[in-house]
Design a protein around this ligand. Sequence first.
Ligand code: GLY
Length: 373
Amino acid sequence: MSDQHSVKVELGDRAYEIIIGSGVLARAASYMTPLLSRPKLAIVADENLADSHLPVLRSALSDAGIEHDSYLVPSGEASKNFDRLADLCDWLLGQKIERNDCIVALGGGVVGDLTGFAAAILRRGTRFIQIPTSLLAQVDSSIGGKTAINAKSGKNLIGAFHQPDLVLADMDVLKTLPPREIGAGYAEIVKYGALGDADFFAWLEENGARVLALEEDATVEAVAQSCCAKAAIVARDERETGERALLNLGHTFGHAFEALTGYDNTLLHGEAVAYGMVLAFAFSAARGDCPSGDATRVKAHIAASGLPTEMSAIGDGKFAADALIEAMTQDKKVQNGKMRFILAHGLGDTYIADNVAPAELRDFLLAQGAQDA
Ligand code: GLY
C-alpha cells in the first residue's frame, strides 16, 4: 500500500477519521464497512464523476456486498438550492435511507455541502461520509461539519453544523483535475501555514511546486498537514465561537472580490482566498502589526504558485473601494454590524480583528489599486 495517513477529528462520541492516500476510493468499502449498521447506503455524486470515480466506488461497494444506488447532482454552485435539496431528500427517502444508514457524498465542495445539509435534516439527522474529489474539499470543506445551501442574499447562509462519520481523501482523484483547480485548492493549504504554522509555510516554500505537480509524497504530506491543522482547530472550537474563525484568513477580502466578480469563473474561491491572504498580510504590515518581510513572503509564495497577487489581475482589474467595503459589510462574518478580519502579527500568528475602521480600510484598498469612486 502506498503512503497512507489517518488523521482523527477528536469530537468525543462524534470523533471521526480522515484517511489520506492513493487508492483510497478503490478500498472505500473496507473503511466504510465497520461504520454501517446494515450493508446498504446511498451515494450522492457530482454528475461529472458518473463515468470516472463513481464506477470505482460502486464496484468497490458491490464487491463488498453493500447495496447502494446513486443520485447525480448537476455540477456547479447553482445546485446548492432549495429545489435541489428537496429533490435529493425525496430521493433519499425513496431509497428508504434510515437515520443509522450512511449517505456518501462523492464530489467537491458543492456536493459535500448539499449532501451534508441533506444528511443534517433527513429524519432529523442521518449519518454521512465525505469522499472529497477536489483538493479544496480534501483540505477544507469536507472536514469540520459545515454544511449549507445558498440563499438569494448570499452563499452558505442556510445550513447546519453536521459532522461526517468518515472522510476519504484519495490522492489519485486529484490527477483528473484542471491545474487551475489544483492551484485554488493549494491556496487553502498555504492558508494553514500562514494562519498558524510558520514551519509548514517554510516547508511549502520549499515543496509547493511538488505539491502543485501532484508528486505523491509531497501531496500526501501537504494534505495530511492541512487536515491535522483543521482537525485540531475544529476539535477545540467546533461551532466557531472563537479560534475556528482563523480559518477565514483571507476570506473577508476574498469574498468581496468574489461577490463583485459575480461568483463565476473569473475568480475561483481558492484564488480569492489567495489574494485575500496577500491583502490580509499587507494590511497587517501597513497597520504596523506584522513585519513587512512576512507579508512579502506570503505574496512571493502565492505569486510563485500561480495565484493572484494584484488587483489588476482580477477580472477587468477595476474595483471601487466603496463597493468592496460594501461587499465586506454584507459578509456573513459581520458581527454587530462590524466587519471581521483575520489579521497577522506574523507568519503563523494570526488573530481576529473586529476593530478595523472603514476609513483605514478604504485608504489601504486605494493604495492597493482600488478606485476612488
Ligand atoms: N472553511 C472554514 C471552516 O470550516 O471553518
